[in-house]
Design a protein around this ligand. Structure first.
Ligand SMILES: Nc1ncnc2c1ncn2[C@@H]1O[C@H](COP(=O)(O)OP(=O)(O)O)[C@@H](O)[C@H]1O
Ligand SMILES: [Mg+2]
Length: 261
C-alpha cells in the first residue's frame, strides 16, 4: 500500500461510512454528541451547523431553534396573518414526507433540545454541489432535464400539501448526483384549507398521488400531533383533497409513473 493511502486510511479520510437507514440517522441525530459547531452560510433564522459523533460515525446536522409567532408579518411576498416560524414544522415535514415515500429527498429531522431550547436537528445533506439559487445564477443545466423537472414538480406538490410559504431557492439543494433535496420547512403548515398556489400543481408522481390518497386523520394525528397543532393537522386533508381532485380530474394527463429520484 502506498504511503499516501495508508496515511489517508489512518486519518479516517478513506474509510467509507456505512449506509444508514432513516431510523439509524434519526437515532444518530437524537443521541450523537456535538464535537464542533459552525454557522450555516445562507439563511436568515440563525441555523447552526454542528458536527456530531457517536464514536463510530461522524456527520453534520443543521440545528434550528426558531419558534416565533406574529399576528401580522410582512414577508417578501406580502402580509401574512397568524404567521408562525417554528422548528417543529421541520420535523413534521420530514415525518409527513416519510408517510408519502419522500423520506429519501427530505433529510431526517428530529426534535432535541439545544442550549436549553427546543430545536430541530436535521441530517446534513452530503455532497451538496449547489442550491437552486446558484443553479439559476450560473444558468447550470442538469444533465437529465426531465429527471430534474420531475423532482421539482414533486416538490411543488408537496409544498402545496404542507402550505409552505418559504420554498425559496436556498431551500432547494442539489447533491453531486443531481438529486433534489428539500430543506427548511419552518414556515409551512398554515391553517388554510385552500392551496397557496394551485398553479404550482404542474405534474405529479403517481406513487405520491396514491400515497396522498391514503392519508387519513387518525394516521396524521398519530404521526404529527407532537409537532403540529390540531388546526394545522386539520388543514392538511382539505388541501390534499384539492390536489387529488385536480390530478384525478383536469390534471389526470399530468400524472407520471414513479421513477426513483
Ligand atoms: N440539512 C442540510 N444539509 C445541507 N445544507 C443545509 C442543511 N440545512 C441547512 N443547510 C444550508 O444552510 C442554509 C440555511 O439553513 P436553513 O435551514 O435554510 O435556515 P434559514 O431559516 O436560515 O434559511 C441553507 O440554505 C443551506 O445552504
Ligand atoms: Mg432557508
Amino acid at each position: 500500500m502506498c504511503k499516501l493511502v495508508a496515511f489517508l486510511i489512518a486519518a479516517g479520510a478513506l474509510v467509507a461510512q456505512p449506509a444508514l437507514t432513516l431510523e439509524q440517522k434519526e437515532d444518530f441525530l437524537l443521541h450523537a454528541k456535538i464535537v464542533k459547531t459552525h454557522g450555516a452560510k445562507k439563511g436568515v433564522t440563525g441555523t447552526t451547523r454542528a458536527t456530531l459523533s457517536d464514536g463510530q460515525i461522524t456527520h453534520d446536522a443543521s440545528i434550528q431553534t426558531i419558534d416565533e409567532e406574529k399576528r401580522k408579518f410582512e414577508t417578501s411576498h406580502g402580509t401574512e396573518f397568524n404567521f408562525r416560524d417554528c422548528y417543529k414544522f421541520n420535523v413534521a415535514a420530514y415525518r409527513l414526507g416519510v408517510m408519502l415515500g419522500l423520506g429519501d429527498v427530505i433529510p431526517p429531522s428530529v426534535a432535541r433540545n439545544y442550549e436549553g431550547h427546543g430545536a430541530a436537528w436535521t441530517w446534513w445533506v452530503e455532497d451538496v454541489q449547489m442550491d437552486d439559487q446558484d443553479k439559476q445564477h450560473t444558468k447550470t443545466e442538469p444533465p437529465d432535464h426531465n429527471r430534474w423537472a420531475r423532482q421539482y414538480q414533486v416538490m411543488k406538490v408537496f409544498d402545496q400539501l404542507i402550505y409552505n410559504t418559504d420554498r425559496n431557492m436556498t431551500n432547494i439543494l442539489y447533491d453531486k448526483n443531481w438529486k433534489l433535496w428539500m430543506i427548511d420547512h419552518t414556515r409551512a403548515f398554515r391553517t388554510s384549507k385552500v392551496l397557496l398556489n394551485g398553479k404550482d400543481l404542474e405534474r405529479c408522481d403517481r406513487q405520491l398521488l396514491e400515497k396522498m390518497k391514503l392519508l387519513n386523520e387518525p394516521d396524521l394525528k398519530t404521526e404529527l400531533n407532537k409537532w403540529l397543532r390540531p388546526v394545522e393537522i386539520a388543514a392538511i386533508l382539505p388541501r390534499r383533497d384539492k390536489i387529488v381532485a385536480y390530478f384525478e380530474g383536469p390534471g389526470a394527463a399530468k400524472v407520471f409513473d414513479h421513477v426513483q429520484p
